[in-house]
Design a protein. Structure first.
Length: 102
């Protein structure tokens, strides 16, 4: 985990916060070392129980991406495209850094 705080809503219960924090953690893992598709999608399913609104999901996703550089949308798309097994977005993160340098 980096030096930033996960975007959370203080009105959520402890269990809801844990579910959302698990989503951010598995997204970090997808970018940093790779993660099982099943684990990612399971965390996303729990996240959606807490954040059912697509608008709220996008807001939180943008906030997390601004803090970390990790995109929830890209992670979800990669997990769905992979279907099963493991996937990694580490190369995606490297490409983003290279684009910013130019």
């Amino acid at each position: 985990m980096r030096d930033y705080q996960y975007p959370l809503d203080l009105d959520w219960t402890t269990d809801e916060m844990v579910a959302v924090m698990a989503m951010w953690a598995v997204l970090e893992q997808a970018y940093e070392e790779g993660v099982a598709v099943a684990s990612f999608l399971e965390a996303y399913k729990a996240f959606k129980k807490v954040v059912p609104s697509i608008g709220e999901e996008r807001r939180l996703g943008r906030e997390f991406e601004k803090l970390s550089g990790y995109s929830l949308y890209r992670g979800l798309q990669a997990a769905k495209a992979q279907g099963r097994g493991r996937f990694s977005l580490a190369d995606s993160k490297k490409m983003q850094k290279e684009r910013k340098k130019k």
